[in-house]
Ligand binder design. Structure first.
Ligand code: FMN
Length: 400
């Protein structure tokens, strides 16, 4: 079989050197990669590097090898175009259809999926011009992955950093695996909660649960590959941020509620995959609770936490918003699931059986997705990303 053909566009950002690692990952995993740098990017990484690492000639302009019409052929023949880093300038050109060099011509002729990984200073990223260009590109079906937060050029830090090349590679792998289809969540904002809340008793102790957050992260990664703008609200997972998602951190149920409701205000889809504690200690001891000789421990009084899923589903920020819940059950799994779906008022409920060695922390999952319209989809035991993709298939068919 022919190797999948990938065009790696590199534009003139300080992070261009990271594209060498992305190129390596792509070639070593069996892709035929053609690098198309911009003229500016050659200030950062030279053409010789791209040519030697890719095994292909490298050009920035349309006037070389004209008999082969490279300005058309390279894009037409690609299975995937990924631009990393994508400068503010490149986003503007792509959004407006400019074609003044080989890479911008390639973006116009490609009919395959396109992934752009922007990287720039926070001010450039947040500028309304850039944000509008990104929104335009997403609406048209381009997968634009959110930049990471961290150290930028020089001493400053903020949002605008190119995600880790390994993470960009994973996005490319998932997009390629989906084949030449339109990203069905393009232009959609999805909010996903993941992990487990911790309800503090004193400065060193908490009531928590066994949720690892892996299912929520799988949902976030697959949603990015399907073109969504993703806000991931995580609680106590300790997992590395998935490339392309905006990650917010919460500790307790009350904090998670606040973050989810805020993010949900303009969301098309809210998926509550986090395990939110139903109760929290009524009292928080500001000093560590000590054991006292000859005394029984004081009982812990609990109070109810807010029911975030019921609140999001009951008071939808937008009438057409789709709300997905998760139910972890240890017994009477389906009957409890159906009851919970009705009680919470969500559109879909992913029901899985949990136990000490099942689901929590594992890489695999098995579930039934119940729908408010009566549908029932069995998802066999397999990777959490496969379950995530089934959830997105069901969501996508319900989005207007
Ligand atoms: C040292 C240096 C670092 C730069 N880093 C970035 C960057 O990370 N992101 C960005 O959008 N522009 C960056 N620029 C500005 C771009 O290089 C400039 O907008 C250029 O016109 C982009 O051209 P291109 O999009 O054709 O590659 C940088 C410029 C310099 C001199």
């Amino acid at each position: 079989m022919d190797k999948p053909k990938v065009v790696l566009g590199v534009s003139g950002g300080i992070a261009a050197y990271k594209a060498c690692e992305l190129l390596r990952r792509l070639t070593e995993s069996g892709h035929d990669v053609r690098v198309v740098p911009t003229e500016s990017s050659l200030h950062f990484v030279g053409a010789a590097t791209w040519s030697a690492l890719s095994g292909h000639p490298v050009s920035t302009e349309v006037w070389k090898d004209v008999h082969e019409v490279p300005h058309v052929r390279i894009g037409q023949g690609a299975d995937l175009v990924v631009v990393a880093p994508a400068t503010a300038d490149m986003l503007a050109k792509a959004a407006h259809g400019l074609a003044d060099d080989l890479l911008t011509n390639t973006l116009l002729t490609a009919r395959c999926p396109v992934v752009l990984a922007p990287a720039m200073h926070t001010e450039m990223w947040e500028h309304p011009a850039t944000q509008e260009n990104v929104a335009t590109l997403r609406r048209r079906g381009t997968v634009v992955i959110e930049p990471a937060v961290g150290r930028l050029t020089g001493v400053d830090t903020g949002k605008g950093r190119l995600p880790d090349p390994g993470e960009i590679f994973e996005v490319c792998r998932r997009v390629l695996a989906r084949g030449p289809v339109e990203p069905d969540l393009a232009g959609r904002h999805v909010v996903i909660s993941a992990g487990g809340t911790r309800e503090p008793l004193d400065p060193v102790r908490y009531l928590g649960n066994r949720s690892s957050g892996k299912q929520g992260y799988a949902l976030a990664r697959t949603a990015v590959a399907r073109g969504a703008r993703v806000t991931l609200v995580e609680a106590n997972t300790g997992l590395p941020d998935p490339a392309g998602a905006d990650v917010l951190h919460a500790g307790t149920a009350v904090q998670l509620r606040e973050a989810v409701l805020k993010a949900a205000a303009d969301a098309d889809v809210v998926v509550m995959a986090a395990a939110v504690a139903d109760f929290r200690p009524a009292e928080y001891a500001t000093g560590k609770i000590k054991k006292k000789d000859g005394q029984e421990p004081a009982p812990i009084t609990l109070v109810r936490n807010p029911d975030i899923l019921a609140e999001v589903a009951g008071e939808r920020a937008r009438p057409e918003q789709i709300v997905v819940g998760f139910a972890a059950e240890t017994d009477n799994v389906l009957a409890n699931g159906r009851e919970k779906l009705r009680r919470k008022g969500c559109d879909l409920l992913v029901v899985n059986e949990v136990g000490e060695r099942r689901t929590f922390g594992s890489e695999e999952n098995e579930a039934v997705v119940l729908a408010a319209d009566g549908g029932e989809t069995q998802v066999p035991y397999g990777p959490k990303e496969a379950l995530a993709d089934t959830v997105w298939d069901l969501v996508s068919s319900r989005l207007g």
